[in-house]
Every structure is written in C-alpha cells, then in structure tokens.
Design a binder for this molecule. Structure first.
Ligand code: GLC
Length: 421
C-alpha cells in the first residue's frame, strides 16, 4: 500500500457508516472538530463520504444552534464519560458542550473543491442555515456582552484538553465530583501520554456543574467555574465567520452577509488586542480572574489563521517560531521545550498536533510568509513519514504519541498531498 492509500485506509477503517471515529476504542463516537478536518480529508477522494460526515455532525446539532463536542451515534463502553454522564436531551445522545467551530471552513472548502457542482451547491445550501444558527449561538451563548471574544466553559471545548494555559484557572476548580470517575482512556494508551487523574476530577466537576444547569446557556454562563476566551477557539471562529460570509454571498441574504461580516470584523479587532509582547505570541484571557494567560502555547500563533495579526505581530510570531524551531526536531510543539511545564509526550503539554500545524501553516501563508508555512507542513509530513498517523508527535524525537491510526492525522496527510498535487 502506498502512503496515500494508507491514509485513505485509516479513514475507511474508522468509518462507522456515515461518520468517522477519531480512532477505534479510545474515541468510539463522532467528535466535532475532528469531523470537520476529516470531512476535508474525505473530500480529497470521496465527496459522498465528506458530505455524510458533515450531515452526521449536524444530526447532533441542538435546536438552539449548538453543535456538541461528541455525538454518541451508537453505544460503546470503551469511553468515559458516556451519554449517561452528560444527561442531555437531544434526539440523538450528545455531550452538552462544544468544540472549536472548524465546520464552516470545511463546508466552504468542500463546496469550492467539489467536482459535482450540482451536489456541492445542494449540500452547501442545506448546510448554510445550520452553520449560521451555530455561529449565532456562539455569539449569544458565549459572548453575551458582545466583547468580540467567545468563551469556553470547559477545557474540552478548546480541544486542547490539558493545555498548560488552563492550569491556573483549573487550579481554582474543585476536585470533588458527583459522578464517579471510571476512566477508560488509560486502558487503551500509555497513561503517561494522557491527562492526569486530578485533571479528570476537575473535568468532571465542571461537567457536574453544567449538567446541574440543565445545559441552559444563560445559567451555564452564570455558574461555570471556568470561563476562558481561548485564543485558538476565537481564531477558529473568526476564520469560520469569514468562510461563512463567502457562503452567505451565494446562499444567504445581504442582511445575513452583513451580520456575519460584522461579527468577523469585531472578532479580529478583539483578537488583535490579545497580543502579549513579552511572550511574542497572542494569549487567551481568563474571564473569571480577568487577566491574560501568559503561558506560551502553539495556540498563540492562531490569530494568523484568522487574518487578525498586524504585519508587525506576524513578524514577531515568525521570530518566535524560529526560536522554537531551534529547540525541536518537529514544529510546532504545543509548548516550547524551554518552558518549565513542557512535557514532550503528555498530550497538549508538548506534543505536536497535525491539525494545529495545518492551521498555523495556513496562517503564516495568509500573512505572506510561505517559507515558515512550508517548514511547518514539511515537519508535519516528516513526523507522519517517521511515525505513521499517530494522534500526536513528540517534538524532540518525532515519535508518535497517544492513539495510533488517527483519523484527523490521516486527513491532514491527505490535505498535504492535495496541496502538492
Ligand atoms: C482529545 C483531544 C480533542 C479531540 C479528541 C478526539 O480529547 O484533546 O481535541 O477532539 O481527543 O480526537
């Protein structure tokens, strides 16, 4: 099997009939942002499968527009916390929180690249109002004061579960839980690659609090023990708004296009103000402690992906990337090795993630910095060539970490090859 066939085979093997699990056993359901990348990956060779992926995710969308971080299409006992812990009330069982909204970006790409134009138009026309409802939900539920930045209420919503950027805010979250914690993840992969037990106690404490709010956004906003304007989620949404604006011009009304454009502009302005000169990066804001989170993470490059960095900020990000590059074999580590909390193999505390690299590279390319974009993509390809389609990669050695045969890593591999082809 050649390399491209290997990547395709992973998506086929992880396809459960209309949706693709991130990897067998460790993640046996449909995950929100994984699916957006996976749909783009499918789009490179099987457009039907790509649209099915998108539609399966919409099947989990709540009536208020929220798209949950997990859709439990079919039961599986290899994952905790399952549907019984979330206790949500949608037609299909889902979690009660969300994940970074990459979906509009994926739909725009599928629409623009689709070979069967009639189908691409029909599928996009049906996706557009759902995406619009989702972006309105973000604004209403997660930025009620109209600051231009949306908040995550759980570290899992960032998709960067145990990022050191959350440490300080998480240290204020109690560790007691109503729900008994029965972890399954540590039975599937090396526990030293996973979040710690105390992290799980706090993850589940927050789930308990939010479930007690009946998953009602206003009450969640009032009671959440953690509330962070995550620089990566905000950048992804700002970018998704711009992509939705393109769809609105074709499938929406002028009023909708203006509304979306206005949100995108406000978000970019708010993002630009999150610059931290001392870090040479952008940073998230802890909305409860009311202060920026001065921890260097790869998320700090993400405003590039939303066209939110000024030329001076983009140049400074380039210098930061060059400094990090001297310390690693593979860019972009989730934290740099000279930061005291760096752990080369523990999940979001050091490892390289192909999807994050894809977005950061896209950001540098958009800022006109093709050499750095190419370096990041070349490093991603190098890590995959060395260690296969692992969940993530040790930045110092390039070895694979977490689960193997990972869908989103395979999807990015396919996108990398698509770009070259
Ligand atoms: C982990 C990751 C998250 C991802 C999920 C499924 O929870 O932190 O970003 O969506 O696994 O791959």
């Amino acid at each position: 099997m050649n390399d491209i066939e290997k990547a395709r085979a992973i998506l086929r093997a992880n396809d459960r009939g209309g949706y693709t699990v991130p990897t067998d056993r460790l993640y046996p359901f449909q995950w929100n942002w994984d699916s957006a990348f996976v749909a783009m990956g499918w789009g490179t060779f099987d457009e039907d499968a790509a649209w099915r992926e998108v539609e399966s995710l919409f099947a989990g969308q709540w009536d208020d527009g929220m798209i949950p971080h997990i859709v439990f299409h079919a039961p599986a006992d290899s994952y905790f916390p399952g549907p019984e812990v979330w206790g949500t009330r949608h037609r299909v069982p889902t979690s009660g929180i969300t994940q970074p909204p990459v979906l509009a970006t994926a739909v725009r790409r599928l629409w623009e690249k689709g070979n069967d134009r009639a189908r691409a138009d029909a599928k996009t026309a049906s996706a557009y109002p759902k995406l619009l409802a989702n972006h309105r939900w973000w604004r209403r539920a997660r930025d009620p004061q109209g600051s231009g930045l949306v908040a995550i209420l759980h570290p899992w919503e960032s998709g960067m579960d145990n990022s050191p950027a959350w440490d300080d805010a998480m240290s204020r979250v109690p560790t007691d839980t109503v729900t008994p914690i029965v972890r399954r993840d540590t039975g599937h992969v090396d526990p030293s690659h996973r979040p710690r037990q105390i992290d799980y106690q706090r993850f589940i404490h927050i789930v308990d609090v939010l479930r007690a709010c009946g998953w009602a956004p206003a009450s969640m906003w009032a009671k959440a023990p953690l509330k962070i304007a995550d620089i990566a989620t905000c950048s992804i949404l700002a970018r998704a708004e711009s992509d939705l604006a393109v769809l609105a011009a074709r499938f929406g009304t002028p009023a909708e296009a203006a509304e979306i454009g206005e949100r995108a502009r406000a978000m970019r302005a708010a993002l630009s103000a999150c610059w931290r000169p001392g870090l040479g990066l952008f940073a998230s804001v802890d909305l409860i402690a009311e202060r920026p989170i001065d921890v260097p993470t790869s998320a700090g490059f993400m405003p590039l992906y939303a066209d939110a960095a000024t030329p001076a900020q983009a140049a400074a990000l380039g210098a930061t990337l060059d400094r990090w590059a001297k310390m690693v074999r593979v860019l972009v580590p989730s934290t740099p090795p000279d930061w005291p909390g760096f752990e080369a193999r523990r999940y979001w505390r050091g490892p390289v993630w192909a999807v994050v690299n894809w977005m950061i590279a896209d950001g540098f390319a958009r800022a006109g910095d093709a050499p750095r974009a190419d370096r990041i993509l070349a490093d991603t390809a190098k890590a995959i060539a060395q260690s296969g389609h692992s969940e993530n990669f040790d930045p110092l050695e390039g070895s694979g970490g977490g689960g193997g045969t990972f869908s989103w890593t395979a999807a990015i591999d396919l996108l990398l090859r698509d770009r070259v082809a």
